[in-house]
Design a protein around this ligand. Structure first.
Ligand SMILES: [Zn+2]
Ligand SMILES: [Zn+2]
Length: 107
């Protein structure tokens, strides 16, 4: 484990061991352009207390939670589509291979 650096916290301006705050959430499309965590040029270096407060803010952000919910729904739908596509894939690949062969012999 690397020793955290001691410097001035970006939030409380106290000299403390600092940790880089990196948001863990994701976005669907345009959400990230209005997101306070994703919009900043540089993620802040925070002391343990401010880091925890920031994390709570991120966890409780309604727009992020909305995105996460939509994301989960899309993932579930995608999983169903992928399962169905997998079933059709063998047939499609067979057709593609046959088409390629036909094209190859035509030229
Ligand atoms: Zn702090
Ligand atoms: Zn964000």
């Amino acid at each position: 484990m690397t020793q955290p650096i001691e410097a001035r916290c970006d939030h409380c301006k106290q000299t403390r061991p600092l940790f880089l705050y990196e948001p863990e959430h994701g976005h669907l499309g345009v959400g990230m352009f209005t997101c306070r965590w994703c919009m900043r040029d540089k993620q802040p270096l925070l002391c343990v207390r401010c880091w925890g407060a920031e994390k709570q803010l991120e966890d409780n952000d309604p727009s992020i939670n909305e995105d996460a919910e939509t994301m989960a729904k899309i993932c579930a739908t995608n999983a169903r589509i992928i399962a169905r596509e997998e079933a059709d894939k063998a047939i499609c690949e067979g057709i593609a291979a046959a088409t390629q062969q036909a094209e190859g012999s035509a030229s």
